[in-house]
Design a protein around this ligand. Structure first.
Ligand SMILES: [Zn+2]
Length: 204
């Protein structure tokens, strides 16, 4: 059996998440860290129709994209991925999607959301869901590096950081040591967002 390349992993995952309605159109971005390389989806590509050339290999820290055709740019939100890898060096994958549930859950939130005590939180590393861990919420900004800077400033101060965050009216970002870890975190956090969004709509 041949091993899948990072580009294949990300392309197939993007298609899967697109089919769930989590990466509509060109929304969202996915990355994997392999050594000092960052593999990341290119900007402006339809996530249901990615080709291998739409996954770029760029330096983890800074720098320009490597693209076989030379005409693609890495995700506009690359700076957010890079700050997560910098803060948590064991991270091997960062996933960012746009869902209605996350956008709705963030609407009434302040700087954080106390997650409901759902059983699924155990899959996010929370031993006791009754402890109501806080999910940080960051303001959206036209200039993405401003979001990345805010994340870099606030996340290290959190006492028990979850492997995820929200950007208000925008979407969910999660990370994990491996791609399956990050996928699990995404699914469970989105389950929580769906719960919150449906509760908010019942209350309004
Ligand atoms: Zn986004």
């Amino acid at each position: 059996m041949t091993e899948r390349s990072p580009a294949t992993h990300l392309r197939l995952l993007a298609r899967r998440l697109y089919r769930r309605g989590w990466m509509e159109g060109t929304a969202g971005n996915l990355s994997l860290r392999i050594g000092d390389d960052l593999w990341i989806t290119a900007s402006g590509c339809h996530k249901g129709l990615l080709s291998e050339e739409d996954i770029l290999k760029i330096p983890l820290d800074e720098g320009v994209p490597h693209s076989p055709s030379g005409n693609r740019r890495p995700s506009a939100e690359t700076s957010i991925h890079r700050v997560i890898y910098r803060l948590y060096p064991k991270t091997g994958a960062v996933l960012h999607v746009h869902t209605i549930e996350a956008a709705r859950a963030s609407e009434a939130a302040g700087r954080e959301i106390l997650l409901p005590p759902l059983e699924v939180l155990k899959g996010l590393g929370i031993a006791d869901p009754e402890t109501r861990p806080a999910l940080p919420v960051f303001e959206n900004a036209l200039h993405v590096p401003d979001i990345a800077r805010a994340i870099g400033e606030r996340l290290p101060d959190l006492r028990y950081p979850l492997p995820g965050l929200l950007i208000r009216h925008h979407g969910t970002t999660v990370w994990g040591e491996t791609l399956p870890d990050a996928i699990r975190h995404l699914e469970l956090l989105e389950f929580s967002m769906g719960f919150l969004a449906s509760r908010n709509s019942l209350e309004s």
